[in-house]
Design a binder for this molecule. Sequence first.
Ligand code: PMT
Length: 408
Amino acid sequence: MVKLARKKILLGIGGGIAAYKSAMLVRLLVAQGAEVRVVMTKGGQAFIQPLTLQALSGHPVHCELLDPEAEAGMGHIELSRWPDLILLAPATANLLARLAAGMADELLTTLVLAAKVPVWLAPAMNQQMWQAAVTQRNLHSLTQLNPHWQFLGPDSGSQACGEVGPGRMLEPQAMVEAMIAALTAEAWQPLAGKKILLTAGPTQEPLDPVRFLSNHSSGKMGYALAEQCQALGADVVLISGPVELACPAGVQRIRVQTAREMLAAVEQHLPQCFAFFAAAAVADFYLPEVAKHKLKKAEQQLDSLTLNLLPNPDILATVAGHQQRPSWVIGFAAETDNLLPHARAKRVRKGADLILANQVGMFDSGMKAENNAITLIADDHEHSFAMQDKTSLAKEVMTYLCQQIFRN
Ligand code: PMT
């Protein structure tokens, strides 16, 4: 079944190497029944031929602001009023800068300036360009000035230029799924306008430049929850330890390594939070004095090694007792035995409203696995969710929370 039938999407393509992925994006949108019109900047045309996009979308591609022939067909103002949604992918540093400055010097920025419909931007650029203060400032002004604009990504990982870091454009499939969730009539958005903060994945506590203390958390459970919160309309900030997962579409991800970095990022994003989910498996201890050089067993003639570790801050307990405490503080309990008694005690000890208890230490569920089962523990009742894959489990848990808990 096609899910975007009769939806009108205007795709703006900026001048970055990720433009090649936009061809696949058009193909996927058309396959879902969407009507797609493409607008390209000059830079975009340097990376991919308009003819390719014309063939895939079935419509002429718009490239010029002052083209009498095109204006006679669908003029630029009319074109800006036509879609249900405008998606800029790739949104390059240059495109973001020109939008932030309100430039209307070519067709795409002019259209966006004249648009009344939602505008989504999928940034794609070199990691240093993404992290540059001026790009971040442009991003900040764009979100401040246009609260209804939405950023998809960027993701982190290896880049076409050979560097590694944030700035990769989200995969076309993830963007299409986000559009389906946002544009289809059945989209149920009980968390619209609410900010949700989550932690996910492990933390790593360095011992020396090449070694660290950590655990087997893959981040899958926390990421699945983040994705569901976003699908239910929330503004989602995900503080993630080092994991191999792609950032869910529409979610703002902040990557950290240690528990202390995780706490700092959480506190920074705590203001105005509706709910906090602590799904991360935080290392309990850290080494205060990390060796500057690799510890050498042979040189030090070590038969054994004693590390003087200090306890890490408890992020969940800190949030639960914080001046800016969210309305709902939700922790996890990962236990290998006596799951429920330990989890109940943990809820009280850490000051959480709810604990999601999951058994770990089994090969086919819990930490690292694809599947999980959860018992939700509140002060006055408990509710179990059967073993299933983490995506559908997160969906069930979030539906239950929205219908039964968050309304109280
Ligand atoms: O990442 P996956 O492979 O998908 O696995 C998911 C999971 C099993 C890691 C996840 O579902 C889970 O249970 N996360 C919490 C793991 C854990 O550390 O549990 P805990 O019982 O040690 O901690 C209790 C709670 O306190 C947790 O919410 C934890 O995030 C939080 N905590 C713990 C220590 C600390 N210093 N700060 C914390 O915030």
